[in-house]
Write a protein that binds this ligand. Structure first.
Ligand SMILES: [Zn+2]
Length: 263
C-alpha cells in the first residue's frame, strides 16, 4: 500500500490526484489549466481572484471545479498565504489570517491553497483521519513550513512520523528554479546547486528533508509528479510565464474527496 499521484480527467477538467494505491477515494487533488473560462495569460482554469483576471471568469471556474469535485464552496478553509511558516488547526471554514498551512480532522471541511510554482505540501495518515496542506515557496521552505506542518499533524493526531505520508504536488523543480546567489543563500546549502555557471535551488528536496527530520519514512515521501515550469501548457507557472499568470488550486479534505477512480 501507500500513496501515489495519478493524472486523471473529469469532464473538461484535468487533475493530479493523490490516492492510496488500490481502490478508494482521493486523498488530495491539484488542478491543471485544462478547461475553464479564463482568457489571455490566465487562459484555462485560473482559480485566483487576486492576479488581475476577470472575476466573473474566476467565479465560473470555481463553480465548475466545485461541481466537478462535489464540493461546497461554503465548506472551504484557506490560509491567507503570506510566505511565512505559520500553520494552524482548522476547525471551521473561512480564512486563516497569517497562515500558510492548515491541518484538520473535521469531516465535511475541505482546505485549499493557490499556487503557480510554489510547492503544495500534503501531510496525511492512511485513514485520512487527519490531513494537512501547506504552501511552501522559497521563503516558507527556508523557514521550515513542512517541518511545522508535520509537527502540527503529529501533535493533533497523536501520531508518530512513521504513520504519516508527505506528498509534494506539482511545482517548480530544481531543473528550472534558477536564483541569484544571494537569494539562494537563504536556503540550506545542500539544496542549492551550481550548473553551467548558474545557481539552482531544489525546493522539492528541501521540503522532503524537513519531512524526514520529522520522522516520516523516506518511503512515505512522494516527490511532485511534474514541474510546473517544464509544462506551462498544463500548469500556471510564475517563472515560465514571466510573472503574469493564473493559479492552480491544491485541495485536501479529512476523509478524502469523493472522487472515485474512473479507470
Ligand atoms: Zn522544470
Amino acid at each position: 500500500m501507500g500513496f501515489a499521484w495519478f493524472q486523471e480527467n473529469r469532464g473538461a477538467l484535468s487533475f493530479y490526484v493523490l490516492r492510496l494505491v488500490g481502490p478508494g477515494s482521493a486523498a488530495a487533488v491539484v488542478t491543471q489549466r485544462t478547461g475553464g473560462f479564463s482568457k489571455g495569460v490566465y487562459e484555462g482554469l485560473n482559480l485566483s481572484l487576486r492576479v488581475g483576471d476577470d472575476p466573473r471568469s474566476v467565479r465560473r471556474n470555481r463553480r465548475l471545479l466545485a461541481s466537478t469535485l462535489g464540493l461546497n464552496e461554503k465548506d472551504c478553509a484557506w490560509p491567507e498565504q503570506v510566505h511565512g511558516e505559520s500553520v494552524l488547526y482548522a476547525d471551521a471554514p473561512g480564512r486563516f489570517s497569517g497562515a500558510d498551512g492548515l491541518a484538520s480532522s473535521k469531516p465535511g471541511l475541505w482546505m485549499a491553497i493557490l499556487v503557480a510554482d510554489c510547492v503544495p505540501v500534503f501531510v496525511l495518515d492512511e485513514q485520512l483521519s487527519f490531513v494537512g496542506l501547506a504552501h511552501a515557496g522559497r521563503r516558507g521552505t527556508a523557514l521550515g513550513i513542512t517541518r511545522n506542518l508535520v509537527e502540527l499533524v503529529k501533535s493533533k493526531a497523536d501520531a508518530s512520523g512513521q504513520a504519516l505520508t508527505v506528498a509534494l504536488g506539482p511545482s517548480i523543480g530544481g531543473c528550472c528554479y534558477e536564483l541569484d546567489t544571494r537569494t539562494a543563500s537563504e536556503l540550506p546549502r545542500p539544496f542549492v546547486k551550481e550548473r553551467n555557471g548558474k545557481t539552482f535551488a531544489d525546493l522539492w528536496e528541501a521540503n522532503a528533508a524537513q519531512a524526514l527530520s520529522g520522522g516520516v519514512p523516506a518511503d512515505n515521501i512522494l516527490l511532485p509528479p511534474a514541474c510546473t515550469c517544464c509544462e506551462p501548457q498544463m500548469f500556471f507557472s510564475h517563472r515560465a510565464h514571466g510573472g503574469s499568470t493564473g493559479r492552480q488550486m491544491a485541495i485536501a479534505a479529512p476523509g478524502g474527496l469523493g472522487l472515485q477512480r474512473n479507470d
